[in-house]
Design a protein around this ligand. Structure first.
Ligand code: PRE
Length: 355
């Protein structure tokens, strides 16, 4: 071994010891924070977002800000686990994009529980069987997930976080090449998202829609004459080889998830608030409801309507606005909106996705 290599490795050993000592000190601080919280919510998404944003700003390089955030996400995940072990429910089975989104938000320390339906995720949170739930709410190409919107309206849960996940689709199989494949499994939505790539590269391979991407990967693991389209996590879970990476037709394809709980988040300085309201059935009613937002300088980042369950041709509106409900302009605008609306429910304020 060259002298220089030896010296650098000794230096790395020494730095690792320092990092470990500091990490242990940090973990002891977090343990003490946990004792002070005494059973109140241990997970504080607003604080985690502040920590990640601050370190990304301070980052001197050469590590990219994204790597720094991922490392500190894991550190906070382990510290939170020391304070109090957490359980997070998501739309299963294991290996789906919902699981990847959950891990992106919570790191790897919690116990992740796969549920069969989005409704089951809500029920698990409502019943207190888990601390948090992660549900998809919209996809940049497919649009809103209406089941989630309807459940948000009916359920007492609060929104305490958002997660944006880039959806990258991978072609995978047990074999090391595609030559022997006789069929391709995937969820119908993923087949649609890779339609052009498939037409160009595998026009004659029969496409078989199945219940989820993870199920497709599981089937491909059992059937050597097949391949699957799924996320990287599913390939890892089922020990499959990735034969072609990022084959989705739209490279910006992103799914937005919400974190639901029995509490929302405190102000972080860069927040969003989700609400749902209904308008009286008169001309100009929606405009009158939104007017206070504009007057108080509150930006709306989303507005979506859904037919109300209650009556024919009545609508409820889902809006996301910038800011926390405790910020003065947001509080004033919401108070006025509440007076004018037939119905208003604030679903929660939470930090804008920090990672
Ligand atoms: O600051 C807190 O409230 C903590 O519990 C510490 C800590 C952290 O490790 O920084 C851990 C968990 C919380 O979700 C937020 C931050």
């Amino acid at each position: 071994m060259s002298d220089e290599l030896l010296k650098l490795r000794n230096r790395i050993d020494h730095l690792d010891e320092e990092i470990l000592a500091r990490l242990s000190e940090r973990a002891r601080c977090a343990q003490r924070v946990g004792e002070i919280k005494q059973g109140n919510a241990y997970y504080r998404p607003e604080r985690e977002a502040q920590v990640l944003r601050r370190l990304a700003d301070l980052n001197p390089g050469p590590l990219p800000a994204d790597s720094v955030k991922k490392i500190f996400r894991e550190i906070m995940s382990a510290c939170l686990g020391l304070e109090h072990p957490q359980k997070v429910a998501y739309l299963g089975p294991a290996g789906t994009f919902s699981e990847s989104a959950s891990r992106k938000q919570f790191g790897s320390a919690p116990t992740f529980v796969a549920m069969t339906t989005i409704e089951d995720v809500f029920r698990a949170v409502e019943a207190g069987n888990v601390n948090y739930g992660v549900v998809p709410v919209e996809n940049s190409t497919e649009g809103a997930v209406s089941v989630t919107l309807d459940l948000l309206l009916a359920s007492p849960v609060k929104v305490c976080g958002e997660i944006n996940l880039r959806i990258h689709q991978q072609l995978m199989s047990r074999a090391e090449g595609i030559g022997a494949a006789r069929r391709l499994y995937s969820h119908a939505q993923s087949l649609a998202q890779c339609h052009e790539w498939l037409n160009r590269n595998l026009p004659h391979l029969p496409r078989v829609p199945v219940a989820s991407n993870a199920e497709a990967a599981r089937m491909a693991a059992e059937d050597p004459e097949s391949c699957a389209i799924a996320g990287e996590a599913a390939a890892e879970l089922y020990g499959l080889n990735i034969l072609a990476t990022n084959i989705e037709d739209d490279p910006n394809n992103t799914t937005r998830f919400l974190v639901i709980a029995d509490h929302d988040a405190g102000p972080s300085g860069l927040d969003r608030t989700s609400l749902v309201f209904s308008a009286l059935n008169r001309p100009g009613a929606v405009h009158a409801l939104l007017e206070p937002l504009a007057r108080h300088g509150v930006d709306m980042t989303k507005l979506q309507s859904r037919p109300a369950q209650s009556g024919l041709w009545e609508y409820v509106f889902y809006a996301d606005i910038r800011g926390h409900q405790r910020d003065a302009p947001v509080a004033a605008a919401l108070a006025e909106l509440g007076e004018r609306a037939a119905f208003l429910k604030v679903l929660g304020s939470y930090p804008v996705a920090a990672i």
